[in-house]
Write a protein that binds this ligand. Structure first.
Ligand code: GDD
Ligand code: MG
Length: 375
């Protein structure tokens, strides 16, 4: 079985951390999201993965090479499209449909294949999705998940008896959504799908293809329950880490591993070579990446700290994501929902209130008392 992963989005809702890495390489409890997906695809019998890349292509190629988890990895690059008639038009990437058509020769015409939005953390059974697809003999079968607020997703009208999706609405307003059943961003597709996507042009599979298939009665659904989260927004990225931490609670390291004067509250995860100074309180719900150095009397809760970060003494951090190799001086306080870009320096005694964003490599020497972006 082959799978194509849509891996080329700009990750705008995860800026500034996505300015320095593609979103599918963001770590989820110290393992890149892409690796979690690849591992599960490999266990489901996938032998070949095509990464549809655009933004961050080089980083993805370096990360995966030509094989991973026993699967062959191939790359299909979008190449940003200008309007052929007007060179002064802004370039547009291929979207969520264009890259599938672009990879037509790699995916082949003989067998159905999987397509996955790369930014989804899930425990969906990919084999079961493919089986439903084969049973229905439709052109596309979409994994469906139930959420409270469907308005920021693709939403379907679904017939539970025939498994047919009779209507598909991409990001409807709250009162337009026909149900709470959403497109989970994972599809089994028959090669006939290539006839529905224009060649070498941007195309949204959700807006241009699925509604058409629904009207032609060849769009099916595969509802599932379990773990599903799109990590593409900062609060959801934090939530994804918290959910995995929760599921690994029993494996959280104990106090005694760090010495008598360090307190930990489960669940936490501590990367290789990370160190914690005396009097510090780590947890609950904290991920410390590889080579993170935490000083004395530091308090960290509900946060993800990327690798190589140095946190000096007497610092307090809550509900925040700290990018790679950030330096945090003494007596710093960082409030909830802040996001600190890679390589930033937060100098001694600085307070950042809730919602402050710091761009990569920025030095912050004064406190900030309103939610804003420091460039
Ligand atoms: N190669 C390539 N080129 N990949 C792209 C492009 C592109 O131009 N644009 C987006 N992608 C990738 C993204 O990296 C992501 O993995 C996936 O396509 C979906 O794009 P998002 O930008 O994350 O879409 P969304 O989250 O707003 O909505 C989509 O996912 C929802 C589920 O989370 C839609 O498929 C919705 O219908 C769905 O409910
Ligand atoms: Mg998304």
């Amino acid at each position: 079985m082959k799978a194509l992963i849509l891996a080329g989005g700009f990750g705008t809702r995860l800026r500034p951390l996505s300015c320095t890495r593609p979103k599918i390489l963001f770590p989820i409890v110290n393992k890149p999201l892409l690796d979690l997906t690849l591992e599960r695809l490999s266990k489901s019998g996938v032998s070949e993965v095509i990464l549809a890349v655009n933004y961050g292509a080089e980083a993805l190629k370096k990360h995966c090479g030509s094989s991973k988890y026993g699967m062959k990895i191939l790359y299909s690059e979008d190449r940003i499209q200008h309007d052929s008639k007007n060179i002064f038009s802004p370039p547009r990437p291929l979207g969520t449909g264009g890259p599938i058509k672009k990879a037509e020769n790699l995916l082949g015409k003989d067998e159905s294949f999987l397509v996955l939005n790369g930014d989804i953390l899930t425990d969906l059974d990919y084999r079961a999705l493919m089986q439903s697809h084969k049973k229905s003999s439709g052109i596309a079968t979409i994994a469906l998940f139930t959420v409270k607020d469907p308005s920021r997703y693709g939403v379907v009208k679904f017939n539970e008896e025939s498994f047919q999706i009779t209507q598909f609405f991409e990001k409807p307003s709250r009162n337009e959504a026909p149900s709470n059943l959403i497109n989970a961003g994972i599809y089994a597709l028959n090669p006939k799908i290539f006839n529905y996507i224009p060649k070498a042009k941007p195309c949204s599979i959700e807006r241009e293809v699925f509604p058409k298939l629904a009207s032609e009665k060849t769009l099916f659904g595969h509802p599932f329950q379990g773990l599903w989260i799109d990590v593409g927004k900062r609060e959801d990225y934090l939530k994804a880490n918290m959910l995995i931490l929760e599921s690994q609670k029993e494996q959280s390291p104990q106090n005694q591993m760090f010495g008598a004067h360090i307190k930990t509250r489960k669940p936490i995860a501590i990367g290789e070579n990370a160190s914690i100074g005396e009097g510090s309180m780590i947890g609950p719900y904290v991920v410390l990446g590889k080579n993170v150095n935490v000083g004395m009397n530091v308090s960290i809760q509900n946060s993800v700290v990327f690798p190589g970060v140095i946190i000096s003494d007497l610092v307090s951090i809550k509900g925040t994501v700290i990018g790679e190799n950030v330096f945090i001086g003494k007596h710093v306080q960082i409030g909830e929902n802040c996001i600190i870009g890679d390589g930033a320096v937060i100098e001694d005694n600085v307070t950042l209130v809730n919602g402050v964003t710091v761009c990569p490599f920025k030095t912050v020497s004064e406190s900030v008392f309103e939610a804003r972006c420091l460039m």
